[in-house]
Design a protein around this ligand. Structure first.
Ligand code: IFM
Length: 809
């Protein structure tokens, strides 16, 4: 079947896609498009970038990225610009160049989004002529990136363009793109070129083995394949296009292929008002997915076909609707925060793939190349709670990645002279340590990177997340098959990493805590507290297996050589864990010697646009008491119920003014803890800072991709800080701290097979419950046991929260 170029009558039912509001830049003239394919959500669901500022291009490419957990694509212009850096990434596809000091990095794949238009041989370009109107719109609800552009070229010819692209959430190998071009006031020969090509910025040297070919039996599907350098992985693209026009007849399609690209050309003679629709269907598979990725991609494109693009778009939109149903946080009274939350959730939903247990999410997800796509504690501590409580299958898949990389963690522990499993600070496809050994500072200084050897808290963070997922979901099969082994092997690592010293205490020396300004420190409070927790839970995991899954226990105990003696030693070490805690001040010293560091008054540096380590330099910052990011404060949050209330208050008040927030991971956790402590002004301040990390580019580096930990932290700050939600052994409790200007906020939440919708106003909390059985709910001192299928409310009285009552009939 040939389906390349057809002249057709356009759908006459028309709609205006997006109408700028008063105050927006832009012009009233709108593109008018067929309603069936082009739908857009209401304004609170949209991120809009009006106009075009070349210098902002890299940042915009990150913010407007589309992804589905399998594949991600930056929001670059389809025709390119002097600064465009189009990039497509596949989760888990890391190249490893054969160069000294090289470390694996997420591979930049060929750019499949290229669409260029020529008007009588003149390329349609933002750099030439006048931009009459231009905007990019990210539709969070539908997971679609839109672009509208109206352009007058040097010859006065006005062209209108409307385009969308998406990475299907319903069919993760599928990418869709449509471009409508309309000759508004001229007649001319229009030429369309759509391409898949290796972007010049991503050219590896030498070129990877690369083939572009056409299958004679499937002439409409263009294919190309390449091999990931340093890895035996083949990646294949299949693509098919269809050009429809309102009046002109389209000439024969031309194909051009070479080592770097594959191009399809269509040409037509357009009269004034002619409208052309180019639809593209692209499929991507790798040899990690199937033995014959090229065949799979071709078959896939032939199943979808550009002529059916509308149905594929609908399936994708429906998949997004389902995900939002269980995740949309609504804040009435704070539009900016509402946008930031939807932006955060959009990118979190885009980042995860519940169908692939061999990949995890890098620090910038699939939206940019910063940190080389590596996976840090960001995933387990900052992002994972969002998935655990809104989409447990995604959380399960992410933790199973850590199970699949357990062998590499064992090897790392072994190679460093320890037992059990020591997870890498930075991880890629194999689970081996991928932290670089050195980096070059902005001033050219070569700085050794010690994190791969010393930032060992990640091992306890992973165990913390496994336990949290298990508690939240009751997924005993996961825990038995994967989680318990992680808990046991990580506990075993901690039991070998420290030493009982002459004071009878267990010390863990030579570490880097979350505060990375202080390297090679002893007894970092965060590390030691989390390690003690890991040791205890390791022993509890073994006990749970012994009692409930004896066969699995026997298998594991036999394979790992576990004995009761070893298990009880973990409990003794946890009890002996050293932290420098002063019972009078109630303070933990962040690490041994922290109090002797040079005191710096951070207020003296305000207002400040650079991080404190940039201002003071790498050497000096180590000598000061400036804390990079939530460290003791992070421990307060994670171990909230294990620490007395006065300890939480004292430590927050002490460390908060000493923290420089040199990491995007810091403001959200400060927002969360200050909200829980009722420090409203601080909570408001930090929440705003957290919400603007990407949207305000307030770290200055959004160009490298969105800060996935920061957006996960933002979600947590609102749910666990401002709603004050805490999960307990027998139910859930709330301790709301709404900001004054919020009228109401509501969110869905999943816990142990129940689905809740929680709505909080200043004087009232309302919860509806569905799912697996009754659940205890608390707000303040008011407590009830809720029954699924019903809704409950509690009102705030002068004396606190009055008792719950049913509000449904
Ligand atoms: O994991 C973080 C770390 O805590 C601070 N530096 C950046 C890393 C990646 O986001």
């Amino acid at each position: 079947m040939e389906f390349s170029a057809t002249s057709f009558k356009l759908d006459t039912q028309e709609t205006v896609l997006y109408r700028p509001e008063a105050g927006d830049a832009g012009h009233p003239a709108r593109l008018v498009v067929p309603a069936a394919l082009f739908r857009i959500s209401d304004r609170p669901w949209l991120l809009v970038e009006e106009g075009f500022t070349l210098a902002r291009e890299h940042e915009v490419e990150s913010l407007f990225a589309i992804a589905n957990g399998y594949i991600g694509n930056r929001g670059s212009l389809a025709e390119g610009s002097p600064l465009s850096a189009p990039a497509t990434f596949l989760a888990g596809i890391f190249e490893h160049l054969d160069k000294p000091g090289s470390i694996p990095q997420l591979m930049t794949l060929p750019d499949w989004t290229g669409v260029r238009v020529w008007i009588d041989e003149h390329p349609l370009s933002m750099q030439d002529g006048e931009i009459l109107e231009h905007r990019r719109i990210l539709d969070f609800a539908r997971g679609v990136l839109w672009r509208e552009w109206r352009h007058r070229d040097k010859n006065g010819r006005i062209t209108r363009l409307l385009a969308f692209r998406l990475a299907s959430l319903a069919d993760r190998h599928l990418l869709l793109q449509s471009v409508i071009v309309s000759a508004e006031n001229y007649s001319a020969t229009l030429r369309f070129e759509s391409s898949i090509e290796i972007p010049p910025s991503a050219l590896p040297a030498p070129l990877p083995p690369w083939k572009a070919r056409r299958n004679p039996e499937r002439p409409n599907v263009l294919t190309l394949a390449l091999t990931c350098p340093g890895r035996e992985v083949e990646i294949a693209f299949g693509a098919a296009s269809q050009l429809l026009t309102s009046s002109a007849t389209v000439g024969e399609r031309q194909i051009e292929t070479d080592q770097r690209h594959i191009v399809e050309r269509f040409q037509l003679r357009a009269a004034v008002g002619t409208e052309c629709h180019l639809h593209r269907v692209v499929s991507v598979y790798s040899s990690r997915d199937t033995a014959e990725p090229l065949d799979a991609a071709v078959a896939h494109v032939n199943r979808v076909l550009p002529s059916n693009i509308s149905a594929a778009v609908t399936e994708h939109e429906n998949a997004w609707t389902s995900r939002w149903k269980y995740s949309d946080v609504q804040v009435v009274g704070d539009e900016a925060l509402q946008k930031s939350l939807r932006f955060a959730e959009y990118h979190l939903i885009s980042a995860a793939n519940p169908e692939d247990t061999r990949v995890s999410i890098g620090a910038r997800a699939l939206t940019g190349e910063a940190y080389k796509g590596h996976v840090f504690w960001d995933t387990e501590i900052y992002m994972l709670p969002f998935y655990t409580y809104t989409d447990p299958p995604s959380a399960r898949a992410l933790l199973t990645y850590r199970y699949h990389t357990l062998e590499a963690a064992r090897a790392k522990a072994h190679s460093e002279g320890f037992r059990g499993a020591m997870y890498p600070w930075e991880s890629a496809d194999t689970g081996e340590e991928t932290t670089p050994r050195a980096v070059i500072a902005p001033n050219g200084e070569v700085i050794p990177v010690l994190n791969g050897d010393m930032e060992i808290h990640i091992t306890a963070d992973i165990a913390y997340a496994v336990w949290q997922y298990w508690q939240a979901t009751g997924d005993d099969d996961f825990f038995s098959d994967f989680g318990a082994e992680i808990m046991i092997e990580t506990a075993r690592f901690w039991a070998s990493r420290g030493i009982i010293e002459s004071d009878g205490k267990y010390h863990i020396r030579h570490v880097i805590g979350p505060d990375e300004y202080h390297e090679n420190v002893d007894d970092n409070a965060y590390t030691n507290l989390l390690a003690a927790c890991n040791l205890r839970r390791g022993a509890e995991s073994a006990e749970w297996l012994q009692q409930t899954r004896p066969h699995r226990w026997q298998e594991l105990a036999g394979r790992l050589g576990l004995s009761d003696k070893e298990l009880s030693s973990w409990l003794r070490l946890a009890d002996a864990m050293f932290t420098i805690f002063d019972p009078h001040t109630r303070l933990f010293e962040q690490f041994e010697g922290y109090y002797q560091k040079e005191p710096i008054d951070l207020k003296q540096f305000e207002p400040r646009t650079a991080a404190m380590d940039v201002i003071l330099g790498h050497e000096r910052i180590n000598r000061t008491n400036v804390v990079k990011q939530a460290d003791v404060v992070m421990a307060l949050y994670l171990l909230w119920d294990h620490l007395p209330a006065d300890v939480r208050v004292a430590n927050f008040r002490y460390y908060e003014p000493r923290t420089g927030h040199g990491s995007s991971l810091s403001p959200s956790m400060h927002a969360l803890v200050s909200a829980r402590l009722g420090e409203k002004e601080l909570a408001r301040h930090y929440l705003k800072q957290a919400a603007e990390i990407d949207l305000g580019n307030n770290m200055g580096n959004a160009a490298g991709g969105v800060h996935a930990a920061a957006i996960g932290g933002l979600w947590q700050a609102v749910i666990f800080g401002f709603a004050g939600l805490q999960t307990q052994a027998d139910g859930l409790s709330l301790s709301p701290h709404l900001l004054e200007h919020w009228q109401k906020f509501s969110f869905p939440f999943q816990w142990r097979g129940r689905q809740l919708r929680i709505a909080i106003a200043h004087q009232r909390v309302e919860i509806s419950l569905a799912g697996d059985g009754p659940l205890k709910l608390r707000v303040g001192n008011a407590e009830t046991v809720a029954t699924p299928g019903h809704a409950y409310a509690a009102e705030r009285a002068d004396t606190g929260w009055a008792s719950w009552h049913r509000v449904d009939s």
